[in-house]
Design a protein around this ligand. Structure first.
Ligand code: QAP
Ligand code: CO
Length: 171
């Protein structure tokens, strides 16, 4: 097991479309474990493979919170097969540290995916978990949550983020 380093906006790899997973081998299980360890270590509630520089359709999510037992979802080739309702909640991203913004999403979704053994699975979710699924699948299309902002909010983001990163360098 190993913690991987997380790529940060505006890294070009984060804009790429990831490739489907076709071989469910040991290397894939190793990467999934590393991603889970990286996510838990931050801490975060979701991570997609391109965020650690691997352009494959693999995401890990755990929205269980501290009070509950862990509920790790490792999803290969995930896709939304049913959706309903709309919501607009604050999101963040490990690749866009210290910036948060409201994003429009579906309230309730069903995600179909393959598990690490290649077995087809489905999971229905609402609330935070449903948002996490949509956010992580976006990463596989090269989309970040800030890409959902209006042009005005996005330009405000760019300015604010530049300042945040300068402050980080000075610190
Ligand atoms: C995606 O996000 C997500 O800026 C996962 O300084 C977002 O784990 C799922 C994090 C919203 C559901 C709702 C962000 C940690 C973690 C930061 C994350 C930071 C430290 C974000
Ligand atoms: Co993210």
């Amino acid at each position: 097991m190993a913690v991987r380093s997380i790529l940060h906006y505006p890294e070009p790899l984060l804009k790429q479309i990831s490739k489907p997973v076709t071989s469910f081998d040991v290397a894939l299980k190793q990467l999934a474990e590393d991603m889970a360890e990286t996510m838990y270590g931050e801490p975060g509630i979701g991570l997609a493979a391109p965020q650690v520089g691997e352009l494959i359709r693999l995401i890990v999510i755990d929205c269980s919170g501290k009070e509950n037992p862990p509920d790790l979802i490792v999803a290969l080739n995930p896709r939304i097969v049913a959706k309903e309702g709309s919501c607009c909640e604050e999101e963040g991203c490990l690749s866009v540290p210290e910036f948060y913004a409201n994003v429009h999403r579906y309230t309730k979704v069903t995600m179909a995916y393959q598990d690490v053994d290649g077995i087809e699975q489905q999971r229905e979710a609402e609330g935070l978990l449903a948002v996490a699924m949509q956010h992580e699948i976006d990463h596989l299309q090269g989309i970040l949550f800030v890409d959902h902002l209006s042009p005005l909010k996005k330009s405000m983001f760019r300015k604010k983020y530049k300042k945040l990163m300068q402050q980080r360098e000075e610190a």
